[in-house]
Design a protein around this ligand. Structure first.
Ligand SMILES: Nc1ncnc2c1ncn2[C@@H]1O[C@H](COP(=O)(O)OP(=O)(O)OP(=O)(O)O)[C@@H](O)[C@H]1O
Ligand SMILES: [Mg+2]
Length: 772
């Protein structure tokens, strides 16, 4: 036991040994909160507490597994095995199974995932004859989920005038009614959804005092990690379980509260002392994870938040390297600089790939990094999420593309024929397929003329099917003459996909829109780059699909061959909570990305963004790299974002700025002309959307040419390109010309770029400036 406790500092030790009542440990990042919890559990076991009487709640199941294995190291496998440990959801699910009858469920109840819930809500919307454009299942479910996390039952919901008013104002006055029906349907189906696991557990304990008593007695000690991110339902259940024995220990850091959007409230830490009068407060301020430089740099950011509990987090580790900020020309260059640096760390300094993380603000940002990592054959995995091209919405658009490129692609056809919904149901599709088998023709032909192939569909249905055929046929005919970006944009709009996505205002819906916008940006970049490289005849959808297929075909290789500790972790900052890495890259530190454009209007949200950056920087042990790009394809167009306002807050003495430092003036004019998001602008029919404003790659160049220092028209006018010239490219950065060939329209230069490799570019299109 002594050796066990020797590896704790006096404050940590005091927190571990305190067992006289409720305990709140507020501590900075990396100060050993999770370690204290782990050791405290080992300590309680050593003191004779039975493992099954300890309940430890973590934020992820992975965190629970790790903690358990550490405890096993400390006290032996056997005792660790019987601990009650896991996320709130996993632990409460087990209790619900055992006590199902008490909440009106049968023990074998099912768990509805998101798509099950959506199907139920959609059918209710239909039955109530509500407009499914006005009532999007995911938006309705978002409200139902929020209600459940606040312990608001359907009855309470429907009698709450504030909720009624809110729903009315947002054009969904019937959410309460849908909620009630949804709850009834789930009950009839003997099913619960994810949020029910909390609501039902609360009801179980609140309505059945004997059961509550049983569990309160069973769990003689309750410990909670990441307490700052618990929501009202979770806290209320904890209170029911612990109010009598008051053996509860929670650890948290208000500076790392990043789940306000899921109902977590930063004040919950402060409320702890109100719920548990006389609770002991411990503070830990020594960070053991990071170098002094990293800790101080992170502190210099978070100090700008007004709402915070003052802490003086420090490190006694060495100073270490300065935080490096790299400003690149483009998002593409950013990805290659980051990948190069990671390879250098690995090859020259022996840092394991598994000890490196790339952190970004939104999932959609993974695309360019995934592509670059694949290009450079660097092992990576997406931690806690999916690869960009695996997202459903991306697969949907790609299915449309596949069908355009190859109308015989039956899988693609089946995927999109009734998505978005156009009244072609499963029965119809089955009939069409049967007809195609019977007549031995491909499904596409049957879709073009169902009655000719005796598909047996009604005239009204036939009209819808043929309507779909005609729409697609138009795209197919344009396929070899219209570039992938312009055609892709038309497909998104005319198929109804754009409207479908834009109508969904839930968190998940917004994320899907982000992904589609990122996809369109990639498509635009693809077309521009092909033109610039002189491949005017390879700018079509078929060419794009080929490139995507090549980029994604090694998926399996990337996930199976190399174990996760030999791969770089790519993840959102949210997913990185509680983790630590030798080297961390925080990317995309630009206005309009980080802070998120959705947050910059409110101080509260801005402070949450700042906490996110604090979480990101404090994941690093030895090295922290920040980066931002001067230009990036965003919302389907080239954007020039300012560096993130948070970068200016980092104390300069801990920072080295490199890359394209000089002359970083965001063209204010273009910045203010930021096109509206192509998807989100759909409701403003009079305002031109980003898609319409910049309709072709060529007009994109025209727009670029308003930036005086960096236009290809400058260059072609001067015609001074020569071997040895140093040039600056809008996307590829700085390079030297190593060969020039051709004249006039056909003039090409081969350029060796510092970070982007060697490229041969057609001068007519090249976005180059010659540097003096
Ligand atoms: N007293 C100590 N001696 C040596 N190492 C320590 C000590 N306390 C903590 N550490 C180490 O410091 C690192 C950070 O600890 P831990 O993850 O517990 O911090 P945390 O406060 O939970 O961080 P976060 O805020 O990111 O969740 C871990 O690698 C841990 O093993
Ligand atoms: Mg922790």
């Amino acid at each position: 036991m002594d050796t066990l406790l020797k590896s704790l500092n006096p404050n940590q030790l005091a927190a571990v040994e305190y067992t006289d009542g409720p305990e709140l440990i507020i501590a900075g990042a990396g100060s050993g909160k999770t370690r204290v919890l782990t050791y405290k559990i080992a300590y309680l076991l050593q003191k004779g507490l039975a493992p099954w009487s300890i309940l430890a709640l973590t934020f992820t199941n992975k965190a629970a597994r790790e903690m358990k294995s550490r405890i096993a190291d400390l006290v032996g496998e056997e005792r660790a095995r019987c601990l009650n440990m896991g996320t709130f959801h996993s632990v409460f699910l087990r209790i619900l199974r055992a006590e199902a009858e008490a909440v009106g469920l049968e023990r074998n109840f099912s768990i509805y995932d998101d798509s099950d819930s959506r199907a139920v809500v959609n059918s209710i919307i239909k039955e109530l004859k509500l407009d499914d454009k006005q009532y999007k299942a995911s938006s309705v479910l978002g409200r139902i989920g929020a209600a459940k996390n606040s312990l608001v039952t359907p009855d309470v919901y429907m009698s709450d005038p504030h909720l009624a008013e809110r729903d009315k104002v947002s054009g969904m006055p019937k959410v309460g009614q849908i909620y009630a029906l949804y709850a009834a349907r789930c009950k009839a189906a003997n099913a619960v959804d994810f949020d029910d696991m909390l609501l039902f557990t609360y009801k179980l304990f609140a309505d059945n005092p004997q059961i509550a008593q049983k569990y309160a007695e069973r769990f003689s000690y309750v410990l909670v990690d990441e307490y700052q991110d618990t929501n009202y339902a979770q806290q209320s259940i904890l209170t029911l379980l612990t109010k009598e024995r008051r053996n509860i220990c929670v650890v948290g850091d208000d500076a790392q509260s990043i789940y306000a959007f899921r109902g977590a409230n930063i004040d919950n830490i402060l409320k702890f002392q109100n719920i548990y009068e006389g609770a002991r407060l411990f503070k830990l301020e020594q960070n053991y994870r990071s170098t002094q430089t990293i800790v101080k740099a992170a502190n210099s950011v978070i100090i700008n938040n007004q709402r915070q509990i003052r802490k003086d987090v420090y490190s006694e580790n060495g100073d270490g390297e300065k935080v490096r900020l790299n400003i690149t020309y483009s998002d593409k260059e950013e990805a290659s600089v980051v990948c190069n640096e990671i390879r250098r760390l690995h090859n020259r300094y022996g840092v394991a790939y598994g000890d490196i993380a790339v952190l970004y603000r939104t999932n959609a940002q993974s695309r360019l990094f995934e592509e670059e990592f694949r290009r450079q054959d660097t092992p990576y995995h997406i931690y806690g999420g999916m690869s960009f091209y695996q997202h459903k919405e991306i697969k949907d658009v790609i299915a449309y593309f596949r069908l355009v490129a190859n109308p015989n692609d039956e899988e693609a056809l089946k995927r999109v024929i009734n998505y978005p919904k156009r009244g072609i149901g499963d029965t119809t599709v089955s009939k069409l397929i049967a007809a195609s088998r019977d007549c031995n023709v491909c499904l596409w032909n049957v879709v073009g003329n169902p009655s000719m192939y005796n598909a047996g569909v009604s005239a009204a249905t036939e009209k819808k099917v043929v309507g779909f055929y005609c729409m697609m046929d138009e795209f197919i005919r344009d396929n070899n003459t219209t570039d992938a970006y312009v055609l892709g944009k038309a497909i998104l709009e005319k198929s109804g996909l754009k409207q479908e996505l834009a109508a969904d205002k839930s968190m998940e819906g917004v994320e899907r829109q982000d992904n589609i916008e990122e996809f369109m940006s990639g498509l635009h970049d693809f077309v521009d780059t092909k033109r610039e490289e002189g491949y005017e005849d390879e700018v079509y959808i078929a060419n794009f699909l080929q490139e995507v297929a090549l980029l994604t075909d090694s998926d399996e290789e990337n996930s199976d061959d190399v174990s996760s500790n030999e791969r770089v972790s790519l993840m959102t900052i949210h997913a990185s909570k509680g983790l630590e890495f030798n080297s961390v890259f925080v990317v995309g530190l630009e206005e309009n990305i980080f802070p998120s454009p959705r947050s910059s209007s409110s101080l509260r949200e801005l402070e949450e963004e700042r906490r996110l950056l604090y979480v990101a920087i404090t994941r690093a042990e030895q090295r922290c790299f920040l980066s931002c790009a001067k230009s990036r394809y965003q919302y389907g167009s080239m954007m020039f974002n300012e560096p993130s306002r948070f970068l200016k807050e980092i104390d300069k003495q801990y920072l080295i700025v490199e890359g394209n430092v000089g002359g970083f003036q965001s063209p204010a004019q273009q910045y203010s002309q930021r096109p509206e998001s192509p998807l989100r602008s759909s409701h403003q029919s009079s305002a031109p959307s980003g898609f319409r404003r910049i309709s072709t790659a060529t007009s994109q160049y025209r727009q670029m040419s308003t930036t005086p220092q960096r236009t290809q028209s400058d260059l072609s006018a001067k015609q001074t390109i020569h071997v040895g010239a140093r040039v600056e490219h809008q996307r590829f950065g700085i390079g030297s010309v190593i060969a020039v060939e051709g004249v006039g329209e056909n003039e090409k230069a081969t350029i060796e770029f510092q970070n982007a490799g060697t490229k041969t570019l057609l001068m007519k299109f090249a976005r180059l400036t010659i540097l003096k």
